[in-house]
Design a protein around this ligand. Structure first.
Ligand code: ZN
Length: 236
């Protein structure tokens, strides 16, 4: 698999993490993917961008990866956005399995999209994938299945726990920033907590409260929260 790089500064270990992740994905599932491209981050949304992209730009949300369908003689491609994949992970962890898991979560999610594009299902013929939210759910389940297999190794189990601990640290930092009235920093820490551990719905509730303090009642909070719950992985 060709791994391209157009990052302004490729974080150390990034290619190694991608190659390690590829060993955990069935090669047959990758058939038809021409390349994996590493980029800094997704460009900001324009007026013609889809709604999820506009929301991500407006709320400074992470987009970790993108699946680009093949067309004609151009094969499908997967783009991984390193700034978002590393978001919330201290440099101390950049060469550890913690970062491998962060890459794996996104890369496997995009492979899930690829399977749906290629054969119309992820696990079983007849799966519902015709609506975008169904497709997202199945891509997420494929990613979860890969991570579950990885966690059979003790070092990935430990890395998973370390990710949850990092999420807790960011959560507590968010509380500290909120109490000090620094709502932007609080929002960022709570977002990182959710980014590292999507089970932390409490972090998202507080993130939305901090954003409301920053921008006023621009968003309908319940609608915004719903979009987070539907999209537990920030990849497309
Ligand atoms: Zn997706």
């Amino acid at each position: 698999m060709q791994i391209g790089n157009s990052c302004s500064k490729l974080p150390f270990g990034a290619r190694l993490h991608v190659r390690t992740c590829l060993r955990w994905i069935n090669p047959a599932d990758l058939a038809g993917v021409g390349s994996i491209e590493l980029q800094d981050s997704m460009p900001k949304a324009t007026k013609d961008s889809p709604d999820w992209h506009k929301q991500a730009t407006a709320d400074e949300l992470s987009i970790n990866g993108l699946y680009i369908h093949g067309s004609g003689i151009s094969p499908a491609r997967i783009t991984l956005f390193t700034r978002d994949i590393y978001r919330g992970i201290p440099k101390l962890y950049w060469l550890t399995p913690v970062t491998t898991l962060s890459f794996a979560r996104t890369l496997a999610h995009e492979v899930g999209h690829h399977l749906i594009a290629e054969r119309g299902y992820v696990f079983t013929v007849g799966e519902k994938t015709h609506l975008p939210e169904y497709e997202e759910e199945m891509a997420h389940r494929y990613s979860s299945s890969v991570l579950k297999r990885m966690r059979q190794r003790c070092y990935y189990r430990l890395a998973h726990r370390a990710m949850r601990d990092l999420a807790l640290t960011h959560y507590m930092l968010g509380v500290h920033e909120w109490n000090a009235g620094r709502y932007r920093k609080a929002a960022e820490d709570w977002y990182k907590a959710f980014h590292l551990d999507s089970d932390r719905q409490d972090a998202i509730d507080w993130y939305l409260r901090a954003r409301q303090r920053l921008v006023g009642d621009v968003h309908d909070m319940s609608e915004c929260r719903g979009s987070f719950l539907r999209r537990s992985s920030n990849s497309h």
